[in-house]
Design a protein around this ligand. Structure first.
Ligand code: PLP
Length: 399
């Protein structure tokens, strides 16, 4: 495998995303691999502490995926049959899937047409006496308006889906500083552990419950027992899962987290180039009007055929033919087969979600992109749209 942080050579396929792995990552993982302890242990604890230090969270529990973190957070919050959980349909399928697997019902709410963030109004309209949790998504690395959402939520707890939002700031605090949130450490996310996820919370009792659930429901983990030099009589407190994050993965997260600010800085610079260089009809998302720091996890555009001269399928095919990768984040969950078959939401009930679900497309955005890669994407898009009005002021991008 070639060093994955190298920029793609001209003509080489440019994926929409690629993890930034450097020599410090490789050296750290090799050290763990040869240390004699590769599953969950001191490196996992170190990553959890580093995430608390970075975000301001009181407690963090690392798991094998963001989905696992979401599953156990909801379980620990007592979600089960008969409960309703409010979430946008413009999200990854993992959240509604887990809600269903717990026997609860996802209640899909609409998003703002131009930020794709859930609005406090749509949440307020969906709250019933059965609502047990609200899951806003900090979509693409922009924060939801948490203060307004907390106001409409009242006593209903909020679990933030911050899969896109490690390093995102809302007001003067980072996402995760208070309340409950999950981060994903999947390779396409802003930092990675190969696969992984972290639950962060200001409720240390809830963290302890999640910690127990991630390892069989036992009162202690393998490393604790190993450290004591003998096996204490640990017992199942309540049946749990096997979601613990191995140290070989956690080690990668530690070195990645140290470079998070540099990653976000490069992502933001690329986003500025895109804002300045995209043709009419290729509409970027709006950024929130409230005080925030954007983590620029994704650069999402809406292909508006009437202005762009192409539909989304043609746009994506055209870029692919030029060796430029794209993705869709996301197809609205209520339009997937199982959700259609189970009448989870009436079609047409989520107008902004559905309009975007048919038009959104993520274009390449990752820290290892060279300036030439960025120009190649902008020029390629201009060509695909046969646009005559590609803005040529790429240097003068908005701040
Ligand atoms: C990636 C993602 C998840 C799940 O994370 P995994 O680590 O892949 O399980 C959850 N929600 C959103 C919005 C995501 O993008």
């Amino acid at each position: 495998m070639t060093a994955s942080s190298n920029p793609a050579a001209a003509g080489e396929f440019l994926p929409f995303c690629r993890p930034s792995i450097d020599d410090t990552d490789v050296a750290a993982v090799v050290e763990t691999l040869t240390s004699g302890w590769i599953t969950t242990g001191p490196r996992c604890a170190e990553l959890e502490q580093a995430v608390c230090d970075r975000t301001g969270a009181a407690a963090a529990v690392a798991m094998t995926s963001g989905t696992a973190a979401m599953h156990l957070a909801l379980l620990a919050m007592g979600i089960g049959p008969g409960d309703e959980v409010i979430t946008p349909s413009m999200t990854w399928v993992s959240t509604p899937n887990v809600i269903n697997l717990l026997g609860a019902t996802p209640v899909f709410v609409d998003v703002d047409r131009d930020t794709l963030l859930v609005s406090p109004e749509s949440i307020a309209a969906a709250i019933t006496p059965r609502t047990k949790v609200i899951i806003p998504v900090h979509y693409a690395g922009a924060p939801c308006d948490l203060e307004a959402i907390r106001k409409v939520a009242g006593d209903v707890p909020i679990l933030e889906d911050a899969a896109h939002a490690i390093g995102t700031r809302y007001g003067d605090r980072e996402i995760g500083a208070s309340g409950h949130a999950i981060f994903s450490l999947h390779p396409i996310k802003n930092i990675t552990t190969g696969e992984g996820g972290i639950f962060v919370t200001d409720d240390t009792d809830l963290a302890a419950t999640v910690r127990q659930l991630r390892f069989h429901g036992l009162g202690a983990e393998a490393w604790d027992r190993n450290q004591q030099g003998r096996s204490p009589q640990v017992e199942v407190q309540s049946p749990g899962f096997k979601y613990n994050l191995p140290d070989m993965n956690a080690t990668l997260g530690i070195t990645q987290l140290k470079r998070l600010d540099a990653f976000i800085e490069r992502r933001a610079a690329i986003a500025r180039e895109y804002h300045a260089g995209l043709p009419a009809g290729i509409e970027p998302l709006a950024v929130p009007t409230w005080d925030h720091g954007h983590a620029w996890h994704l650069f999402v555009v809406r292909v508006v055929e009437e202005q762009a001269g192409v539909d989304r399928a043609t746009f994506m095919e055209g870029l692919k033919a030029m060796g430029i990768g794209t993705g869709i984040h996301f197809r609205a969950v209520h339009t997937h087969r199982w959700y259609r078959d189970h009448d989870i939401v009436a079609p047409g009930g989520l107008a902004n979600t559905e309009w975007n679900s048919d038009r959104i497309c993520s274009i390449p955005l990752f820290p290892g992109m060279s300036d030439a890669d960025v120009s190649r994407v902008i020029d390629g898009i201009g060509e695909v749209c046969q646009a005559t009005d590609v803005v040529s002021t790429r240097q003068g991008a908005p701040a």
